[in-house]
Design a protein around this ligand. Structure first.
Ligand code: HEM
Length: 489
C-alpha cells in the first residue's frame, strides 16, 4: 500500500527542484526561454521582423528603409526597441546593437588577444577568388593570428609618432596648397559650390604623400591626374558596393549579382590604379618611411602591394569626409573661428576636431565579435556573437553628454575636460578602439588641425545650407557642398 504524500515530501521535492535550478540544471524538454532565469537570451532581444534565411535584410530591399539612410534606420530602432536591439543577417545570424555606455564599454574591453571585426564578406569572397593578387583577405578583413601577423608586419611605422612628426612639415605645405587652390577656385563672392571635389583632392594628396612619400600634384589647379581621379572614384564605388552587398539581400553569395559585380570591378580598379601610382615611384618614394616599411616587411610579396592599396583606400575617402564635417561645423559656428585665432596653445583647434568626431563621425558604429560570454542590458550574449557598438547614437544622447546635439568644443577643455574625456573614452571612438584601432589615427589627428588652422587664418568661413548626410558604408556629407571663404583681413 502506498504511503500518503506528506508536506515533508512536497517540501523535499521543492528543495530539490530549487537546488537544480540554482546550479543551472536544465532538462532537455525545458523551453529555451526558461534556460536562464536571471538573464534573457539573444533570441529575446527585440528587433524588426526576421524572415527565415534572409533575416532582417529584406527591410532595405522591399521594406521602408533606404540603404543610403542606414543611420536613420538605427535611430528608429533605438526609438522603437530601446538601447539594445537585434537585426539578423544571412542564415539568421543575429547582429546585436548596443547604445548604452556601459554595454559599449563591456564589449570593447572584452575582445581578447586578437579582436575580431566581422570581415566585409563580399570583399573577402572576391579576394579569395584572386590568389594571383591576394595572399589573404587583407589587414582590414583578416582575423586571429593571421591578422596579428599582418598588423605587426605592416603598421608599426605608420603608427609611430616619429613617422607622423617627420611628416608634419609636408602636411603644412599640403594645407597651404589647399588654401591656395580654394582662392583660385572660389567665385568673386568667395563661394565654392563643389567643395567636396576639392576636399577629395586634399584626401588624395595627403594620403598619397604619407603612404607613397611624395607630392602628387593633385592640388595644382589645372593639373589633372586621370589615374588618381579614377582611384578616388573606385574607392568611392567600393564603399557603396560594400554597403549594397552587406545590407542588401544576399543573393550575391549564390551568383554574381549587379552589386557584387560592381564590387568586383571597384576592387579590380582600386588595385590597378593604385598599382599605376606605385609604379611611378621615384627617388622620394624610396625615402618614404611607410612605403619602405611595407616593402621591407617579411611577408608574402602579394601582401605588400595589397597593403599599400588598402592604406590608400582607407585614407582617401575618410579624410575627405572628416574634413568636410569639420569645416561645416566651423562654418556654422563663427565664434569658434575667433577662438581658434586667439588660442596660442592650439588646444582649441584639437577640441574642434574632437567635437566634430563626436557629432559627425564618418564611421557611425564599431563592430566586434565577442570573445567571451557577456551580459548586455540584462541579456546573455554568448561568445562569438556580432555586436555593433552604436557610438554615434550614444554620443547624441543627453545621458552621456549635456546639450549633446550642440557643437561645443569647450566641453573638451578646462573644467569640463575630465568629465568629457571620461565619458568619451568608449564613445567618441572615430578611429575604433583597442588593438584593432585605425593605424591612420595619429596621422589624421595631426593633419586635420593643421588644415583647419590654416583655413581659419586665411578665411572667414560661412555656409548657408544645412549639411545632409548620406550613408555609403561611411557616413558622408551629401553633395554638392557649398561654402563661402572670404579673405580674413
Ligand atoms: C578620418 C580618417 C579615418 C577614419 C575616421 C578611420 C576610421 C577607422 C575605423 C573606425 C577603423 C576600424 C577600427 C576598429 O575596428 O577598431 C579603421 C580601420 C583601419 N584603418 Fe582607418 N580611418 C581613417 C584613416 C585611415 C588612414 C589614413 C589609413 C592608412 C593610411 C587607415 C587605415 C586603416 C586600416 C588598415 C584599418 C584596419 C585595421 C585593422 O583591422 O587592424 N585609416 N579606420
Amino acid at each position: 500500500m502506498c504511503e500518503p504524500i506528506t508536506m515533508l515530501d512536497i517540501f523535499t521535492c521543492l528543495l530539490g527542484a530549487l537546488f537544480f535550478i540554482f546550479i543551472g540544471f536544465r532538462p532537455p524538454w525545458q523551453p529555451k526561454k526558461l534556460q536562464d532565469f536571471r538573464h534573457k537570451e539573444v533570441q529575446d532581444i527585440p528587433g524588426p521582423l526576421s524572415l527565415p534565411l534572409i533575416g532582417t535584410r529584406w527591410l532595405f530591399t522591399i521594406g521602408r528603409y533606404q540603404m543610403s539612410k542606414i543611420p536613420e534606420f538605427y535611430k528608429d530602432m533605438l526609438r522603437k526597441y530601446g538601447v539594445i536591439f537585434k537585426e539578423e543577417a544571412l542564415y539568421n545570424v543575429p547582429i546585436i546593437s548596443v547604445v548604452e555606455r556601459s554595454d559599449i564599454e563591456t564589449v570593447l574591453k572584452s575582445t581578447g588577444k586578437w579582436p575580431m571585426r566581422l570581415p566585409t564578406a563580399a570583399v573577402a569572397k572576391y579576394r579569395k577568388a584572386h590568389p594571383e593578387r591576394y595572399a589573404s583577405t587583407g589587414l582590414v578583413n583578416e582575423q586571429g593570428g593571421k591578422w596579428h601577423f599582418l598588423r605587426t608586419s605592416l603598421t608599426t611605422v605608420l603608427t609611430s609618432p616619429k613617422t607622423i612628426n617627420d611628416f608634419l612639415p609636408q602636411m603644412d605645405e599640403i594645407a597651404d596648397d589647399w588654401c591656395h587652390l580654394i582662392k583660385q577656385r572660389r567665385y568673386r563672392d568667395g563661394r565654392i559650390d563643389h567643395l567636396e571635389e576639392l576636399a577629395g583632392r586634399l584626401g588624395l594628396e595627403a594620403t598619397c604623400a604619407l603612404v607613397l612619400g611624395r607630392r602628387m600634384g593633385f592640388l595644382i589647379e589645372d593639373h589633372r591626374c586621370e589615374v588618381a581621379e579614377k582611384l578616388a572614384q573606385s574607392v568611392h564605388d567600393n564603399f557603396v558596393a560594400c554597403r549594397d552587398t552587406y545590407f542588401g539581400l544576399p543573393f550575391w553569395t549564390a551568383f554574381p549579382t549587379p552589386n557584387y559585380k560592381k564590387l568586383c570591378e571597384s576592387e579590380r580598379n582600386m588595385y590597378e590604379f593604385a598599382s599605376e601610382l606605385i609604379k611611378t615611384a621615384d627617388e622620394s618614394t624610396k625615402d618614404s618611411a611607410v612605403f619602405q616599411s611595407v616593402l621591407g616587411a617579411h611577408i608574402d610579396e602579394r601582401e605588400k602591394k595589397s597593403a599599400i592599396v588598402d592604406f590608400l583606400a582607407a585614407g582617401i575617402y575618410t579624410l575627405k569626409n572628416s574634413l568636410l564635417f569639420l569645416l561645416y561645423q566651423i562654418a556654422m559656428n563663427p565664434e569658434c573661428q575667433k577662438k581658434i585665432l586667439e588660442d596660442t596653445t592650439k588646444t582649441y583647434l584639437k577640441a574642434c576636431s574632437m567635437e566634430t568626431f563626436r557629432l559627425s563621425p564618418t564611421v557611425h558604429a564599431l563592430a566586434r565579435v565577442t570573445d567571451t560570454d557577456l551580459v548586455l542590458s540584462g541579456y546573455k550574449v554568448s561568445a562569438g556573437t556580432v555586436v555593433l557598438c552604436q557610438s554615434a547614437l550614444a554620443c547624441q544622447s543627453e545621458r552621456n553628454f549635456n546639450d549633446a546635439k550642440a557643437f561645443k568644443p569647450e566641453r573638451w577643455l578646462n573644467e569640463e575636460k575630465n568629465q568629457t574625456s571620461a565619458t568619451a573614452a568608449y564613445l567618441v571612438t572615430p578611429f575604433g578602439y583597442g588593438k584593432r584601432i585605425c593605424p591612420g589615427k595619429r596621422f589624421i589627428e595631426n593633419a586635420l588641425p593643421i588644415v583647419l588652422e590654416q583655413m581659419v587664418q586665411k578665411f572667414v568661413i560661412t555656409t548657408e545650407r544645412p549639411l545632409e548626410v548620406v550613408f555609403e558604408f561611411l557616413v558622408s556629407p551629401k553633395e554638392p557642398i557649398s561654402m563661402t571663404f572670404k579673405d580674413r583681413t
